[in-house]
Design a protein around this ligand. Structure first.
Ligand SMILES: O=C1O[C@H](COP(=O)(O)O)[C@@H](O)[C@H](O)[C@H]1O
Length: 234
């Protein structure tokens, strides 16, 4: 449990550049250290420009990177709500990423089957305290303080498993759990916009029990990447 590092960029565009440089640096470091980098990416609207930017740079050795998905909505892979659809369109379809290194959630089926398959996909990772160890988990934060698909007051919030399924606004969710994410070598939150400023302040105050705050406090190394607007209440 260490103090989170807060990085503030002057604009949403500068934020994308800042996170992209950092993500590339820590990814290359992991590849140098143990031959590959194990990353988990979030969905939602905030990271899309980051993924598009990364796709345009083509500077990472994608054959040495495994890509997991922090969470998914239990909808088809072409559904407008699908996280993997957004990440494929913004990033994966534009790059030479080997399909076998990409681990989408199985959806449109019994969630117990999806969770069992995702546990298998995660089981190839090294372990930290019995949890699969990601090199980097890229997180978002919703306006209610959720992160991944762990919503305040949801059953997912209490899970100590590696993965969980449960309710979310609109669609059922499949998600990596907070303890698994906390065992990643690094957790990075990417948040933009003045509408989230008060929640950012709350999550970084050290008192809050919201999922994003819990993960920040329990992560081995937590980073918050903010634009000026989302950092305005700090
Ligand atoms: O529902 C979700 O929301 C969070 C936050 O999304 P944002 O659009 O407000 O940045 C996201 O991190 C998560 O992957 C997604 O499923």
């Amino acid at each position: 449990m260490t103090k989170p590092e807060i990085h503030v960029a002057d604009s949403p565009e500068a934020l994308v550049h800042m996170v992209s440089e950092w993500l590339q640096r820590v990814t290359l470091e992991a590849i140098r250290e143990h031959g590959c980098a194990n990353l988990a990416l979030s969905g939602g609207s905030t990271p899309k420009p980051l993924y598009q930017h990364l796709a345009s740079k083509e500077s990472l050795p994608w054959s040495s990177i495994r890509l997991y998905f922090v969470d998914e909505r239990n909808v088809g892979p072409m559904d407008p709500d699908s996280n993997v659809r957004m990440i494929r369109e913004a990033l994966l379809n534009r790059l030479p990423v080997p399909p076998l290194s990409v681990f989408p959630w199985l959806t449109e089926t019994d969630p117990r089957e999806s969770l069992a398959r995702y546990r298998q996909a995660l089981a190839i990772l090294p372990r930290s305290d019995g949890y699969p160890e990601l090199d980097l988990a890229m997180q978002g934060m919703g306006g209610d303080g959720h992160t991944a698909s762990v919503f305040p007051g949801s059953p997912q919030e209490l899970s100590r498993d590696w993965v969980a399924a449960g309710p979310g606004p609109g669609t059922e969710r499949l998600t990596l759990t907070l303890p698994l994410l906390a065992h990643a070598r690094r957790v990075a939150f990417l948040v933009a916009g003045s509408d989230k400023a008060t929640r950012v302040q709350e999550c970084l105050s050290g008192e809050s029990q919201l999922p994003a705050a819990w993960l920040t406090r329990h992560a081995r190394e937590a980073h918050w990447f903010l634009d000026r607007a989302s950092a305005s209440a700090l």
